[in-house]
Design a protein around this ligand. Sequence first.
Ligand SMILES: [Zn+2]
Length: 248
Amino acid sequence: MPLPTTSKWVDCSLFHPEFTRRLEALFADPRIRGKVKIVSGGRTYNQQKALYTKYKNGRGNLAANPDRRFGPKGLNGVGIWRGSWHMQQIDSWVYACDVRLSGGLKWGTFHDIAEDYGIKKTVPSENWHMQPRYTTEWFPAPALDEGYLIPPTPPVEPVLPDFNAIVAMIHKVGEALEIRPLRRKSVGDPVEMMQRRLADLDFNVGNPDGKFGWRTLHAVRNFQRVERLQVDGVVGHKTWDRMWGVED
Ligand SMILES: [Zn+2]
């Protein structure tokens, strides 16, 4: 996704790749998406020189001298940074952009969000001037490097099962089993319910499919053995109640 700019003349191609990575992530943040555009990007040394000359001749906006040096000194004794942060540095990259907000987005809000992505306002009087680093260090980008870039999904209210209805159903099925117990070859919802319950209790019923097969028979007999019930593989009221912890 290209970075949003206010015109095709805004050059984002000179941004340091890490700066671009941060900007792309920032512009994708749903809190600001569509409400921020880059109004000023990068410039070459010659472009900066032209702006500076214009300014010196009283015909342009304030522009930094491209030959000005600042920051930590290199081996040649002069600052390793030059001119403007908007200008190509000695490493060929640009480390600043100016932005414009719209859609009612407030500067304070924007700055807070941008800081998550390691992009900060560095000139107190210029809300719009944003950088990914200062002279000696990159700003930390916790949203990118600590994994909270993906906006958390809003919490979903847990849907609690209707426990009263479940207990009522267990009783109802239990009563029905008194007349017609579950046994090998029984099929239907009560069988599946029993299979799921046995699986919860760690008895191997295979895939709960509502069919009382050999594996289910084996699980029922094991359950009855463990519970010291009559081991007949038939699930009547008594075995059923014991499965669900219903007191006799
Ligand atoms: Zn700027």
